[in-house]
Design a protein around this ligand. Structure first.
Ligand code: CA
Length: 240
Protein backbone atom coordinates (compact mmCIF):
# COMPACT_ATOMS: atom_id res chain seq x y z
CA UNK A 1 0.00 0.00 0.00
CA UNK A 2 1.55 3.34 -0.95
CA UNK A 3 2.31 5.38 2.13
CA UNK A 4 1.49 8.65 0.43
CA UNK A 5 -1.85 7.29 -0.75
CA UNK A 6 -2.92 5.92 2.62
CA UNK A 7 -5.79 7.95 4.05
CA UNK A 8 -3.89 8.26 7.34
CA UNK A 9 -0.25 8.22 6.25
CA UNK A 10 1.03 8.48 9.80
CA UNK A 11 -0.56 5.06 10.51
CA UNK A 12 1.28 3.27 7.74
CA UNK A 13 5.00 2.99 7.21
CA UNK A 14 7.47 0.61 5.58
CA UNK A 15 4.57 -1.51 4.39
CA UNK A 16 3.04 -2.15 7.80
CA UNK A 17 1.04 -0.46 10.52
CA UNK A 18 2.89 2.13 12.54
CA UNK A 19 4.05 0.37 15.68
CA UNK A 20 4.26 1.94 19.11
CA UNK A 21 6.29 0.38 21.89
CA UNK A 22 4.81 1.03 25.35
CA UNK A 23 7.30 0.63 28.19
CA UNK A 24 5.47 0.85 31.51
CA UNK A 25 5.71 -1.33 34.61
CA UNK A 26 2.28 -0.50 36.02
CA UNK A 27 -0.09 -3.08 34.47
CA UNK A 28 -3.16 -0.82 34.58
CA UNK A 29 -1.47 2.05 32.78
CA UNK A 30 0.16 -0.33 30.29
CA UNK A 31 -3.20 -1.95 29.48
CA UNK A 32 -4.98 1.39 29.26
CA UNK A 33 -2.38 2.79 26.86
CA UNK A 34 -2.37 -0.41 24.81
CA UNK A 35 -6.16 -0.44 24.45
CA UNK A 36 -6.32 3.23 23.58
CA UNK A 37 -3.56 3.16 20.94
CA UNK A 38 -4.85 -0.08 19.40
CA UNK A 39 -8.26 1.60 19.16
CA UNK A 40 -6.60 4.53 17.38
CA UNK A 41 -5.28 2.15 14.70
CA UNK A 42 -1.68 1.59 15.81
CA UNK A 43 0.05 -1.72 16.23
CA UNK A 44 1.27 -1.98 19.83
CA UNK A 45 4.18 -3.71 21.54
CA UNK A 46 4.40 -3.68 25.33
CA UNK A 47 7.24 -4.07 27.79
CA UNK A 48 7.16 -3.99 31.59
CA UNK A 49 10.89 -3.61 32.21
CA UNK A 50 13.90 -1.93 30.64
CA UNK A 51 15.25 -5.33 29.60
CA UNK A 52 12.01 -6.20 27.81
CA UNK A 53 12.02 -2.78 26.17
CA UNK A 54 15.46 -3.38 24.71
CA UNK A 55 14.33 -6.77 23.39
CA UNK A 56 11.16 -5.28 21.85
CA UNK A 57 13.16 -2.45 20.27
CA UNK A 58 14.74 -5.02 17.93
CA UNK A 59 11.38 -5.03 16.16
CA UNK A 60 11.98 -1.40 15.16
CA UNK A 61 8.99 0.43 16.59
CA UNK A 62 8.09 3.77 15.01
CA UNK A 63 7.63 5.52 18.35
CA UNK A 64 8.35 4.63 21.98
CA UNK A 65 6.45 5.69 25.09
CA UNK A 66 8.97 5.20 27.86
CA UNK A 67 8.19 5.30 31.57
CA UNK A 68 11.09 6.77 33.54
CA UNK A 69 10.50 4.78 36.74
CA UNK A 70 11.09 1.13 35.78
CA UNK A 71 11.90 -1.72 38.19
CA UNK A 72 15.17 -2.92 36.67
CA UNK A 73 16.67 0.19 35.16
CA UNK A 74 16.03 3.88 34.72
CA UNK A 75 14.02 4.88 31.64
CA UNK A 76 16.69 7.47 30.86
CA UNK A 77 19.28 4.71 30.71
CA UNK A 78 17.02 2.67 28.41
CA UNK A 79 16.76 5.72 26.17
CA UNK A 80 20.52 6.19 26.06
CA UNK A 81 21.00 2.54 25.13
CA UNK A 82 18.39 2.69 22.35
CA UNK A 83 19.10 6.12 20.96
CA UNK A 84 22.14 5.17 18.93
CA UNK A 85 20.30 2.36 17.20
CA UNK A 86 16.80 3.75 16.75
CA UNK A 87 15.90 6.95 14.95
CA UNK A 88 12.26 6.92 16.14
CA UNK A 89 10.72 9.50 18.49
CA UNK A 90 10.98 8.61 22.19
CA UNK A 91 8.42 10.19 24.54
CA UNK A 92 8.99 9.86 28.26
CA UNK A 93 6.17 9.20 30.67
CA UNK A 94 7.01 10.64 34.02
CA UNK A 95 5.38 11.33 37.35
CA UNK A 96 8.34 13.46 38.45
CA UNK A 97 7.77 17.09 37.82
CA UNK A 98 11.21 18.47 38.50
CA UNK A 99 12.68 20.52 35.73
CA UNK A 100 15.82 18.40 36.01
CA UNK A 101 13.92 15.42 34.66
CA UNK A 102 13.00 17.27 31.51
CA UNK A 103 16.57 18.34 30.94
CA UNK A 104 17.90 14.88 31.67
CA UNK A 105 15.32 13.39 29.36
CA UNK A 106 16.43 15.50 26.46
CA UNK A 107 20.09 14.94 27.25
CA UNK A 108 19.39 11.20 27.07
CA UNK A 109 17.95 11.68 23.59
CA UNK A 110 14.22 11.84 24.37
CA UNK A 111 12.03 13.91 22.08
CA UNK A 112 9.27 14.90 24.48
CA UNK A 113 7.82 14.06 27.89
CA UNK A 114 4.29 13.55 29.12
CA UNK A 115 3.47 14.16 32.76
CA UNK A 116 1.43 11.64 34.72
CA UNK A 117 -1.45 11.75 35.19
CA UNK A 118 -2.20 12.52 31.54
CA UNK A 119 -5.37 12.47 29.49
CA UNK A 120 -5.45 9.87 26.75
CA UNK A 121 -6.61 12.43 24.24
CA UNK A 122 -3.65 14.65 24.98
CA UNK A 123 -1.26 11.72 24.78
CA UNK A 124 -2.84 10.62 21.49
CA UNK A 125 -2.44 14.10 20.05
CA UNK A 126 1.24 14.27 21.06
CA UNK A 127 1.93 10.82 19.60
CA UNK A 128 0.24 11.82 16.36
CA UNK A 129 2.13 15.13 16.19
CA UNK A 130 5.49 13.35 16.52
CA UNK A 131 4.57 10.75 13.91
CA UNK A 132 3.37 13.39 11.47
CA UNK A 133 6.58 15.32 11.92
CA UNK A 134 8.54 12.13 11.23
CA UNK A 135 6.42 11.37 8.17
CA UNK A 136 7.06 14.87 6.81
CA UNK A 137 10.79 14.60 7.47
CA UNK A 138 10.90 11.20 5.79
CA UNK A 139 8.85 12.17 2.76
CA UNK A 140 11.52 14.68 1.84
CA UNK A 141 14.24 12.07 1.66
CA UNK A 142 12.54 8.75 1.18
CA UNK A 143 11.78 6.96 -2.02
CA UNK A 144 9.72 3.83 -2.18
CA UNK A 145 9.92 1.12 -4.78
CA UNK A 146 7.99 -1.98 -5.70
CA UNK A 147 8.30 -5.21 -3.77
CA UNK A 148 8.29 -3.43 -0.45
CA UNK A 149 11.79 -1.96 -0.82
CA UNK A 150 12.17 1.52 0.64
CA UNK A 151 15.33 3.56 0.26
CA UNK A 152 15.85 6.32 2.77
CA UNK A 153 18.50 8.53 1.23
CA UNK A 154 18.63 10.82 4.24
CA UNK A 155 19.40 8.04 6.71
CA UNK A 156 21.19 5.91 4.11
CA UNK A 157 19.08 2.88 5.02
CA UNK A 158 17.10 0.31 3.08
CA UNK A 159 13.91 -1.18 4.42
CA UNK A 160 12.80 -4.45 2.90
CA UNK A 161 9.52 -5.51 4.48
CA UNK A 162 10.27 -5.96 8.17
CA UNK A 163 14.03 -5.90 7.64
CA UNK A 164 16.37 -2.96 7.88
CA UNK A 165 19.44 -3.19 5.68
CA UNK A 166 22.39 -1.04 6.55
CA UNK A 167 24.74 -1.18 3.59
CA UNK A 168 28.44 -0.33 3.68
CA UNK A 169 29.07 3.17 2.33
CA UNK A 170 30.15 2.33 -1.24
CA UNK A 171 27.35 -0.19 -1.66
CA UNK A 172 24.78 2.37 -0.58
CA UNK A 173 26.33 4.95 -2.91
CA UNK A 174 25.88 2.56 -5.84
CA UNK A 175 22.26 1.86 -4.86
CA UNK A 176 21.63 5.61 -4.55
CA UNK A 177 23.20 6.34 -7.94
CA UNK A 178 21.27 3.64 -9.81
CA UNK A 179 17.94 3.93 -8.00
CA UNK A 180 17.68 7.68 -8.52
CA UNK A 181 17.92 7.00 -12.28
CA UNK A 182 15.66 3.97 -12.80
CA UNK A 183 15.98 2.45 -16.26
CA UNK A 184 19.16 4.34 -17.09
CA UNK A 185 22.19 2.19 -17.92
CA UNK A 186 25.47 3.02 -16.19
CA UNK A 187 28.69 1.41 -17.34
CA UNK A 188 31.16 0.22 -14.71
CA UNK A 189 33.61 3.03 -15.37
CA UNK A 190 30.94 5.65 -14.82
CA UNK A 191 29.74 4.01 -11.60
CA UNK A 192 33.33 3.73 -10.43
CA UNK A 193 33.96 7.39 -11.15
CA UNK A 194 30.75 8.51 -9.44
CA UNK A 195 31.23 6.42 -6.31
CA UNK A 196 35.00 6.22 -5.82
CA UNK A 197 35.87 9.49 -7.50
CA UNK A 198 38.60 10.19 -9.99
CA UNK A 199 41.26 9.61 -7.38
CA UNK A 200 40.09 6.05 -6.68
CA UNK A 201 42.89 3.50 -6.89
CA UNK A 202 41.05 0.32 -7.86
CA UNK A 203 39.62 -0.62 -11.22
CA UNK A 204 36.05 -0.93 -12.37
CA UNK A 205 36.00 -4.68 -11.60
CA UNK A 206 35.43 -3.61 -8.00
CA UNK A 207 32.04 -2.30 -9.15
CA UNK A 208 30.96 -5.79 -10.24
CA UNK A 209 32.03 -7.17 -6.89
CA UNK A 210 30.03 -4.53 -5.01
CA UNK A 211 26.96 -5.10 -7.18
CA UNK A 212 27.24 -8.82 -6.45
CA UNK A 213 27.20 -8.10 -2.70
CA UNK A 214 24.26 -5.70 -2.97
CA UNK A 215 22.30 -8.30 -4.92
CA UNK A 216 23.05 -10.96 -2.32
CA UNK A 217 21.71 -8.67 0.43
CA UNK A 218 18.57 -7.81 -1.54
CA UNK A 219 18.01 -11.47 -2.45
CA UNK A 220 18.26 -12.42 1.21
CA UNK A 221 15.63 -9.77 1.98
CA UNK A 222 13.31 -11.11 -0.77
CA UNK A 223 13.95 -8.09 -3.00
CA UNK A 224 15.66 -9.72 -5.96
CA UNK A 225 15.87 -8.20 -9.42
CA UNK A 226 16.28 -4.54 -8.51
CA UNK A 227 19.66 -4.20 -10.27
CA UNK A 228 19.68 -5.53 -13.82
CA UNK A 229 22.78 -6.41 -15.82
CA UNK A 230 22.94 -5.02 -19.34
CA UNK A 231 25.41 -7.40 -20.94
CA UNK A 232 28.50 -5.76 -22.34
CA UNK A 233 27.43 -2.37 -21.01
CA UNK A 234 26.78 -2.17 -17.29
CA UNK A 235 23.90 -1.99 -14.84
CA UNK A 236 20.59 -0.32 -14.40
CA UNK A 237 17.92 -0.07 -11.73
CA UNK A 238 14.83 -1.98 -12.75
CA UNK A 239 12.09 0.32 -13.95
CA UNK A 240 8.70 -0.96 -12.82
CA1 CA B 1 6.74 3.25 36.68
Amino acid sequence: MPEEGHPLPYLWRRGRHVTILIVEDEPDIRAMLGDYLTGEGYAVLTAATGREAIDCARRLPDLILLDIGLPDMDGLEVCRLLRDHLPCPILFLTARIEEADKLQGFAAGGDDYILKPFSLRELGARVQAHLRRETRARSRTQVRFDQGLVIDYGRRMLYAGEQTLELPKKEFDIVALLSTHPGQVFDRERIYEAVWGLDGVGDSAVVSEHVRRIRARLDAASCAGMIETVWGVGYRWAKR
